[in-house]
Design a protein around this ligand. Structure first.
Ligand code: MET
Length: 400
């Protein structure tokens, strides 16, 4: 048996708390340092010029001080290294948001003249919009997974899919899809599954996208995006990030690294609660259909017979809000919010009906969540959208 700690691969839960922190003990630190510098002093201008030339030519992370915060940041770099380790990729490049990350991927490919994208619906509403509107000069062909091979053209730069998809939780066989892509890079948005449930690169994807705002951060207090990929693609992404400026703030990098350390326990605990809620919702006569992915996870989608707006207005413990992946439970109506910007016909065709609700299950007790959900499902239409504040206080439930 190999007991050498330096060669034995570590489990994901171990990487989650140690990756990106390997040098801390030697630095005499326990928590990672937070470097908020926007610029870095240098008395050697020739060395700075050489570092800038090197970065402009290669996109490799600068050696030593990064010159300026748009090139690199040591705190953010820790988060990037840790996420790359969790996704099983050589590198990762962080951005100001998931949309900034997707933009950079599209610009890298378009700058090579590869302006055509093949994509599978549904995608998150703004990702769909970015492609459909051609805001970056790209052109999209929407198809189902079976149609991908046929949709690929000589100028196709990317195939894009989400699995499980936002908001329907539809799943795609990544391995089969990667096969259909041939030499065209396959991008998988892994925001919903996280590397805890699925590592797309191990199934043939070349690029993994995250809205880090969601599970990676995990507490609803940090906006960010990240692309995990090989170092060659990461170099091109760093050059685009430098030129376009969509960098992640170092405090966000700090919070995201901190978030990663509890990612496996958060995802597993919330997924267990979600699976129980799915069981109860599936047996509920007020619910027409429940969507839950085979790989599991903490996201649930369900269609109600009644008014979905009454359900979001009726919750009291659960927060009626867009976004997902936080420690607390959120519910939203995709046709009104996350997918509002997608044309109604396209939305419906992708399975995003007016009756559909999407719930991000958090870490609360399952009985408390069920009690809130079941009373909200019975809420009459037109019920007050907000709990009472002044005058008639909302009674505080006793803590069990
Ligand atoms: C601005 S709406 C969407 C935020 C987030 N991507 C979600 O799907 O909830």
């Amino acid at each position: 048996m190999d007991n050498d700690v330096s060669t034995t691969p570590r489990a994901l839960a171990t990487e989650a708390v140690h990756a990106g922190r390997e040098d801390l003990a030697a630095l005499g630190l326990h928590a990672p340092p937070l470097d908020l510098s926007t610029t870095y002093p240098s008395y050697d201008t020739r060395a700075e010029a050489a570092r800038i030339d090197e970065f402009a030519g290669t996109g490799a992370r600068p050696d030593g001080p990064p010159v300026y915060a748009r090139l690199d940041n040591p705190t953010t770099a820790r988060f990037e290294d840790a996420l790359a380790r969790l996704e099983g990729t050589e590198s990762a490049v962080a951005f100001a948001s998931g949309m900034a990350a997707l933009t950079a991927v599209l610009l890298v490919r378009a700058s090579l003249g590869l302006r055509h994208v093949v994509a599978v619906r549904p995608l998150y509403g703004c990702s769909d919009h970015l492609l459909t509107a051609g805001l970056l000069g790209t052109e999209v062909t929407w198809t189902d997974p079976a149609g991908v091979a046929e949709a690929i053209r000589p100028d196709t730069g990317l195939v894009m899919v989400e699995t499980p998809a936002n908001p329907t939780l539809a799943e795609v066989d990544i391995e089969a899809l990667a096969h259909s892509c041939g030499s065209v890079p396959l991008l998988v948005d892994n925001t919903f599954a996280t590397p805890v449930l699925q590592q797309p690169v191990r199934h043939g994807a070349r690029i993994v996208l995250h809205s880090a705002t969601k599970y990676l951060g995990g507490h609803g207090d940090v906006l960010g995006g990240v692309v995990a990929c090989d170092e060659e693609f990461a170099r091109a992404l760093r050059q685009v990030r430098f030129a376009t400026g969509g960098v992640l703030h170092p405090l966000a990098g700090y919070l995201l690294l901190r978030g990663l350390s509890t990612l496996p326990v958060r995802v597993r605990a919330a997924s267990a609660t979600a699976a129980e809620l799915v069981r109860r919702l599936s047996a509920d006569p007020r619910v027409a259909r429940v969507h839950y992915p085979r790989i599991g996870g903490a996201m649930i989608a369900f269609e109600v017979y009644g008014d979905p707006h009454a359900v979001t207005a009726g919750v009291r413990l659960i927060t009626p809000a867009v976004s997902l992946g936080s420690v607390d439970t959120l519910i939203q109506h995709p046709a009104s919010i996350s997918h509002r910007i997608v044309a109604e016909g396209d939305r419906r065709a992708a399975g995003v009906s007016e009756q559909l609700l999407r719930m991000s299950v958090g870490l609360e007790d399952v009985e408390d969540l069920w009690r809130d959900l079941t009373q909200a499902l019975s809420a009459p239409s037109g019920r007050s959208a907000r709990p009472a504040v002044d005058g008639s206080p909302v009674p505080r439930p006793a803590v069990r």
